[in-house]
Ligand binder design. Sequence first.
Ligand SMILES: Cc1cc2nc3c(=O)[nH]c(=O)nc-3n(C[C@H](O)[C@H](O)[C@H](O)COP(=O)(O)OP(=O)(O)OC[C@H]3O[C@@H](n4cnc5c(N)ncnc54)[C@H](O)[C@@H]3O)c2cc1C
Length: 288
Amino acid sequence: MRTFDYHAVGSAAEALDLLAQYGEDAHLMAGGTSLMLMMEQGLIQPGHVVGLRSANELRGIGASSGGIEIRALTTHREVERSSHVRDYCPTLVEAFERIATIRIRNQATIGGNLVHADPAQDPPPILLALDAEVVIQSKIGERTVPLDGFFRDYFETVVEEGELLASVRLPAIVAGTKSTYVKFLPRTEDDYATLSVGAALRLGADGSCEHVRVALGSAAPTPIRARKVEAALQGQRLTGPMIDEAAELVRDEVDPLDDVRGSAKYKREMARVWTGRALRSLLDGGGK
Ligand SMILES: Cc1cc2nc3c(=O)[nH]c(=O)nc-3n(C[C@H](O)[C@H](O)[C@H](O)COP(=O)(O)OP(=O)(O)OC[C@H]3O[C@@H](n4cnc5c(N)ncnc54)[C@H](O)[C@@H]3O)c2cc1C
């Protein structure tokens, strides 16, 4: 590993000053769980690492316009154990409980997870299903980006040089909306997903679909929304067979990679199967 200077900062402003000073030779570090692996493998070789751990303003969970805001440095374990998050949406808690091991969850942060942008990670599909947006901060101000437009490519996001991710905002959930997160991992319990689905559904009094979201992980170079599936269901009076038919459409939306967890062909099929199962469970009164 290339030697580097480590700068422990106490605020976002200090971090942004260092990013401005050292440009592309500087890299932010939150929990360090992914960054250190990338550095060990020589994939990233910064001369300056800016450690965010003491920037306490970037940590914590609070209310935001009827929904919640999770600051970037909040660890996965803090999200999982937060009564605030559980009250807001128990499915979010369940999704964070599925990440790796407690040891990783104690160290890794929601901001690091999103900016790392590995498409196999657990938070993105459920955060997409809940219509999350992220707040990105730079020396000239803040911008808010829907999570749906955040992931650009494999391990690439819209966060530019000189910017940091400050928080994740989740809107109020309309009464009657149910959500679920399913993680298909046939190898070991602490593995990355072979395929994952986050879904949300709200039915009207007549059984018609008022609101639906379907998002997938490990299904393409980035986490994705399954818009064709959503469009096929929106406004319809849902039945099980109708969901199965809509789930078929996900095959055209995914673009999985061949890897140790399965071939692209297998994952495309698993995308159909798990999309159907997630939505059927919500139709049958499951989810939270
Ligand atoms: C063994 C192992 C198993 C894992 N299994 C899973 C799993 O099952 N599911 C899952 O979802 N994840 C899994 N992960 C990934 C885990 O969630 C990561 O920890 C996460 O991707 C990175 O979080 P971090 O805080 O450690 O980020 P870091 O490693 O510190 O940083 C990651 C990247 O994000 C950037 N960054 C960090 N914070 C910010 C910020 N606020 N603003 C801008 N850029 C920032 C860094 O510069 C770096 O490029 C696993 C990781 C390991 C090591």
